[in-house]
Design a protein around this ligand. Structure first.
Ligand code: DX5
Ligand code: ZN
Length: 224
C-alpha cells in the first residue's frame, strides 16, 4: 500500500484565494487546463481566522467552468451550520477545522450524510494525536503549514513530522485517508512535504502568480 503511494505522483490543489478575483472564471479555467487534480476553495469567516474571503455563491459560480473536483477548506467557526451550502456535484471533500468544531464527530457524520467526503484540518499549534479517535471517519487530513487566514506566508516545517505521523498511522491502522498540506509551498520546497509522505499539496500564490504556471505545477507535483 505505502509502496504503491510512493510511486504515484503527488496531487496538486491550487487555492483560488490567490487568483485574480476580477477574472476568477478565466483563472480557474486556465489552471484546470494545466493538469491539476483539485481546486482548493478557501472559505474564511472573519471569526475563526482574521480574514474574510468568499462564500458558497462564489464557489457555485465556478460550476460549469471547473473541470476538477472541489476541495473545500472551511476556516469557519462551527462549520456544521454551513456545510450543506457547499455541497455541489463538483464537491469531493469538505474540510473543517478540529479547533472550530464543538462536536467534530457529529460534523463529520453530517458531511457524510450529504454524500461528500470528510476532511479535518489542524493548525500549526495543534498536536496530530487529537484526531486519533476519529481517524476511521476521516477521508482527508489537512495539515496546515501556515497559520490559516492568508495566502503568501512562509512555510512552517513543524508540519513535516505531522505528515509522517499520519502516514505511519494510516499504515498501522490499515486506513485510506489522504494527507494534504497547505501553506507556503512552491516548486522550491515541495520535495520536503513529498518526502514526509504527503498525497495532496495546496499551493496558492506559487501557482497563480507564477510566470509559467504549467512549469510551477509540474515542479510541485515532482514531474521532471
Ligand atoms: C491559508 C489558506 C491557504 C493559502 C495558501 O489560510 O488555507 O490555502 O491560500 O496560500 P499559499 O500557497 O500562497 O501559502
Ligand atoms: Zn486552504
Amino acid at each position: 500500500m505505502v509502496e504503491m503511494k510512493k510511486n504515484c505522483k503527488t496531487l496538486i490543489a491550487p487555492s483560488i484565494l490567490s487568483a485574480d478575483f476580477a477574472r476568477l472564471g478565466e483563472d480557474v479555467k486556465d489552471v484546470c487546463d494545466r493538469g491539476i487534480d483539485y481546486l482548493h476553495i478557501d472559505v474564511m469567516d472573519g471569526a475563526f481566522v482574521p480574514n474574510i474571503s468568499f462564500g458558497p455563491a462564489v464557489m457555485k459560480s465556478l460550476n460549469g467552468i471547473a473541470t476538477v473536483p472541489y476541495d473545500v477548506h472551511l476556516m469557519v467557526e462551527e462549520p456544521i451550520r454551513y456545510i450543506k451550502e457547499f455541497v455541489t456535484d463538483n464537491t469531493e471533500f469538505i474540510t473543517v477545522h478540529q479547533e472550530a468544531c464543538k462536536d467534530l464527530e457529529a460534523t463529520l457524520d453530517a458531511i457524510h450524510e450529504l454524500g461528500v467526503k470528510t476532511g479535518v484540518s489542524i493548525k500549526p499549534g495543534t498536536n496530530p494525536e487529537v484526531l486519533n479517535n476519529l481517524l476511521h471517519k476521516i477521508d482527508l487530513i489537512l495539515v496546515m503549514s501556515v497559520e490559516p487566514g492568508f495566502g503568501g506566508q512562509k512555510f512552517m516545517d513543524n508540519s513535516l513530522p505531522k505528515i509522517s505521523y499520519y502516514r505511519d498511522k494510516r499504515e498501522e491502522l490499515g486506513l485510506h485517508y489522504l494527507i494534504e498540506v497547505d501553506g507556503g509551498i512552491s516548486s522550491a520546497n515541495a520535495d520536503l512535504v513529498t518526502e514526509a509522505g504527503v498525497d495532496v499539496i495546496v499551493a496558492g500564490s506559487a501557482v497563480f502568480k507564477a510566470p509559467d504556471r504549467s512549469a510551477e505545477i509540474k515542479g510541485i507535483k515532482g514531474i521532471a
